[in-house]
Design a protein around this ligand. Structure first.
Ligand SMILES: Cc1cc2nc3c(=O)[nH]c(=O)nc-3n(C[C@H](O)[C@H](O)[C@H](O)COP(=O)(O)O)c2cc1C
Length: 319
């Protein structure tokens, strides 16, 4: 894959990458692929207001719907829903270790049943949208590259061509989800090895990337890098990677980002309370002078103020 086609993406993050966060990230990084938070098939098919989760703004494209679940028929129906809402693709979550998800027998525990995952991927592909899977290296303390290789090989037989690998195991017992993103050892080399073993597949690496240099080091060996927490806490990191990839000349101006965000907020009028947008903006001044002042200012966002009015105040003080 040529450098110009390499994938840069922002990881799906529950409660974080909602549509307002994604719009903000898109203003900073025009070329990255964005993902929804994980939405369960139950929420999408049986929930009271699935539209609320599914709607997004056109600027968010390319945008992938991430789903969690374990029922092939439900996946088939979600596949058509994703097409109706014009998502650019659908991703299956096989990485989440939370007890709630384990109770529903989906997320990371599906790594134990590659056969079933292949069935789910076939069902997800029903509407013709591109499909991908996001998974771990393995389960619990079993460190077994051959098992990972078999997992990927079996799922690829379903026709799935795009694998996003969070480069550590999921420990289903004894760790909470946050610990499961820190404690199981990171093994970036296993993901690189997957690319060598499956050169015809798109292999994207995820887990622990914080600096542009370490992201760039990966690109010769894999097809894409997905960044989660660091993209949320320091979103301009994404623009730095774009510069290094030759996709832009310079970092965006923070004042311009705030202006563009105000145009977005104005389109919501009074229906978007300030905190629903401001909660995602902490990282705008990450690592630069004024970061503390900015965070304190974000604390003044009030529920009875619209996001547009809040941004107007922000522009007066910070642009
Ligand atoms: C707050 C939070 C919520 C997350 N929610 C999801 C999710 O909905 N789906 C998913 O596949 N992974 C989820 N993850 C995991 C991330 O997608 C990613 O795999 C993980 O954070 C490792 O990448 P990072 O080190 O770049 O953050 C979440 C992570 C965080 C911090």
């Amino acid at each position: 894959m040529a450098m110009s086609e390499k994938i840069l993406s922002v990881a799906p993050m529950l409660d974080w990458t909602d549509r307002h966060c994604r719009h903000f990230l898109r203003l900073i990084c025009p070329s990255c692929v964005l993902y929804t938070e994980m939405l369960t098939t139950n929420a999408l098919l049986l929930g009271r207001d699935p539209q609320r989760f599914l709607e997004y703004s056109a600027a968010e494209h390319p945008l992938i719907l991430q789903v969690g679940g374990d029922d092939p028929e439900a996946m088939r129906r979600v596949s058509w829903l994703a097409r109706e809402y014009q998502y650019d693709g659908i991703n299956l979550n096989v990485g989440c270790p939370s007890p709630r998800v384990q109770k529903g027998s989906f997320g990371a525990c599906l790594m134990a049943t590659p056969e079933h995952v292949a069935t789910l991927m076939t069902a997800l592909a029903d509407s013709g949208l591109p499909v991908s899977i996001k998974h771990r290296l393995g389960l619990d303390r079993e460190e077994n590259y051959a098992a990972l290789q078999q997992f990927v090989g079996r799922v690829a037989q379903s026709g799935c061509r795009h694998f996003i690998v969070h480069a550590r195991n999921a420990w289903l017992k004894g760790l909470n989800p946050a610990e499961n993103r820190e404690i199981p050892p990171l093994r970036w080399d296993w993901v690189q090895q997957l690319k060598q073993d499956f050169p015809h597949l798109q292999i994207e690496i995820n887990g622990g990337f914080k600096a542009p240099a370490t992201v760039l080091e990966q690109y010769p060996s894999v097809d894409g890098v997905m960044i989660g927490r660091a993209a949320y806490h320091n979103p301009l990191l994404l623009a730095e990677v774009e510069i290094a990839l030759g996709r832009r000349a310079q970092l965006p101006e923070r004042g311009q980002i705030l202006e563009d965000l105000m145009t977005y907020a104005e389109s919501w009028g009074e229906t978007l309370p300030a905190p629903r947008l401001s909660r995602h903006l902490h990282g705008l001044y990450y690592g630069v002078a004024g970061a503390g002042e900015w965070r304190r200012f974000l604390g003044t966002a009030a529920l009875n103020e619209s996001a547009a009015d809040f941004l107007r105040r922000a522009l007066q003080q910070f642009a």
